[in-house]
Ligand binder design. Structure first.
Ligand code: TXA
Ligand code: MG
Length: 316
């Protein structure tokens, strides 16, 4: 076994935290069977208790250890999309700690598609409760350097798997109710799930989920997401109001600083969070971005941009 995996497993068995790469974003993992270890995740993130965490599994053969019931739809989606960026919400077994599920009767499960994550999970041999490895309310990390900048020494080990291949979080589908429901758009496009299930997904719904709060995924700077034709005018309006403005765009907008953000949805997903972090790192007060394609993973990217641009609790 690789020495860093060996070290990570020792940390996890002792109730410590390990940051690890997944194909979507980096996760901050703890032994999902240990309430004390899971509480440490909330402390490290500054996340309010009561928000449920996703349990990452070594394989679909672990489903029954966490879910009280595995409906056919769950088996079909797991067979089709795991390992991959899809989280299934299922009725939980009674022995799943409340710390993991936020006291809800359900548990979120996924098998991540990253060689280091799979190696870690196989060596650990159980479930890892892991939210994105960022401070609560900030932008999800897509490199090991992002994790180190956010969480410092809270993770005893940070496994470096390079930049994440997908770049936005997993799609969350709730299969615990009467009909399958999409709770969060993500790495697996909704259309792909609907075609695998042969039914349309209900959309949204009542969840106390941090990823579904309007102003989640936001950098410190204000984000203004506008129609493509309005980009230059909006940037000018912000500049004229005296603010330090940057545009997030694939091409230059004359007269403005620019941070590159591709138009192609997959490249855009991969680069979005690093671009939002760069906005803050370079001290801009406002980032203006044109809303893009809703095709495929584009729906997830535009969801995150809309949330980042939603009014903050302080009204700005
Ligand atoms: O791609 C991802 O999903 C990443 C990587 C690390 O796997 N993880 C991630 O975790 O985004 P986090 O904690 O940042 O977001 C998890 C989302 C939250 O919106 C949470 O409320 C929801 O999953 N969730 C987890 N368990 C749930 C449950 N039982 N019912 C409803 N929503 C749940
Ligand atoms: Mg998160």
């Amino acid at each position: 076994m690789r020495p860093e995996i060996d070290e990570a497993v020792k940390v996890l068995r002792a109730g410590g935290l390990v940051a690890f790469p997944t194909e979507t974003v980096y996760g901050l993992g703890a032994d999902a069977r240990s309430p004390a270890a899971v509480r440490r995740v909330f402390e490290a993130k500054g996340r309010p208790l009561g928000h449920p965490l996703i349990v990452h599994l070594p394989g679909a053969d672990h489903l029954e250890r966490w879910a009280a019931r595995v409906p056919d739809a769950a088996r079909a989606l797991a067979a089709r999309f795991w390992p991959g960026p899809l989280t299934l919400i299922l009725e939980k077994r009674a022995d799943v700690p409340d710390e993991v599920t936020g006291g809800q009767p359900t548990v979120g499960l996924r098998v991540p598609d990253h060689p280091l994550a799979l190696e870690l999970l196989a060596a650990f041999g159980g479930g890892l409760a892991a939210p994105s490895a960022n401070r609560f309310g900030s932008v999800s990390p897509t490199t090991a350097a992002h994790v180190a900048a956010d969480l410092g020494s809270a993770a005893a080990v940070i496994l470096d798997g390079g930049p994440c291949r997908v770049g936005v979080e997993s799609t969350i589908v709730d299969l615990s109710g009467e009909a399958p429901r999409l709770l969060r758009p993500g790495g697996v496009p909704r259309e792909a799930i609907e075609s695998a299930l042969g039914v349309a997904l209900l959309i949204g719904g009542e969840v106390r989920a941090p990823g579904t709060l309007p102003s989640h995924y936001a950098p410190r700077a204000r984000v203004r997401a506008v129609a493509a034709g309005a980009l230059a005018a909006e940037a000018a309006r912000e500049r004229d109001a005296g603010r330090r403005v940057v545009v997030l765009a694939a091409r230059d907008v004359p007269g403005f600083s620019r941070i590159a953000l591709p138009d192609d949805p997959e490249a855009r997903a991969r680069e979005l969070y690093a671009a939002l972090r760069e906005v803050d790192a370079r001290g801009f007060e406002v980032a203006v971005v044109a809303l893009g394609s809703l095709e495929g993973i584009g729906a997830a990217v535009e969801d995150r941009l809309r949330r980042a641009s939603a009014p903050r609790p302080d009204g700005t």
